[in-house]
Design a protein around this ligand. Sequence first.
Ligand code: ADP
Ligand code: MG
Length: 372
Amino acid sequence: MASIALQGVGKTYPGKEAQYILRDVGFTIEDGEFVVLVGPSGCGKSTLLRMIAGLEEISAGEISIAGVRVNDTPPAKRGLAMVFQSYALYAHMSVFENIAFGLKLARVPKAEIKASVQSVAKMLQMEHLLERRPPQLSGGQRQRVAIGRAIVRKPRAFLFDEPLSNLDAALRADMRVEIARLHQQLGATMVYVTHDQVEAMTLADRIVVLGPSGVQQIGAPMHLYDKPANVFVAGFIGSPRMNLAPGTLDAGGQLRLGAACLPWRPPSGAPSQLTVGIRPEHLQADPDGAIEGEVLLVERLGAESYVHLMVAGLDKALMVVVQDEPPAAGARWRVGPVAGRVHVFDQDGRRIEAAALENKAIAGSAGLSEVA
Ligand code: ADP
Ligand code: MG
């Protein structure tokens, strides 16, 4: 297995030099690490993965694998295996032949091929499918063959491009677990592209969030969830989506959202026009809560409910996740944010960290429970 390092990587297409699809992308995927590249459709995820694979030329920067620059190394010599959303299987070959194909090309002895294919088939629980052809397989089984074909080559790293996007929701959840187990079992370096933030959160050691203007934030899943660096990441990571609404800092240094005063201590120099973010699961029913509104709609999901709360002064209803019996539509209802779970961003969308506890003791006016 191997590490993969990107340095100042950029991509433009010929004739569109003024328009970089990706600009100055730099990060290192450690040996054995599972890194997920996540972002909305069209932000350049596949392009970046294809540049790592060598299927797409890079316009700027450097890519190295295991410490060796590979800018000019053809794909076949990079020792990477790629798994695509489209499976890319040979329909006229059996599952066995599909998995064995790369080894055959590499002139691996027959007995060895057989043993390798069998061991991979066992790992992926498809020993009974080896004689079938891809058209006789379900979508999940086909994707497993494609993964088997990658594993059998013992690559230095695996590259996945939206491998589960063609599967239905239940199967996607199953395959997600299989891929996670595969990573544990193989200890392999994996780079995984998806637009699905749930896949990113559950699979990744580290997530690279890509947005319209390149890399937005890199970090462990829970770090991105707890401390999103900007509004884009805040809105992208987490499901249901974070509530984001314009707020203000009044003359007394109090954070206001509509009529509500929120517990958040501004650092010195904080601007007065802000964006406030609170996750639906971090708003709680509370008779003394800071936020009061009218229940617009309740969505019952079984284990929990989503309550849409219309608050005076806000353009959009706030969403609140409720585990207990939700309030009725039309009711007046009060909620408050969980301590420390109010996010604040400046007008350029950048996170503003709340002032530290020490400053608070000096200010002295508010209780400890108000520290955000
Ligand atoms: P993602 O995988 O994140 O959905 P892609 O990497 O496929 O995004 O595409 C990123 C951007 O690059 C898109 O805006 C796409 O239109 C553009 N693009 C892809 N291939 C070409 C090409 N050959 N010429 C010009 N633009 C391209
Ligand atoms: Mg893509």
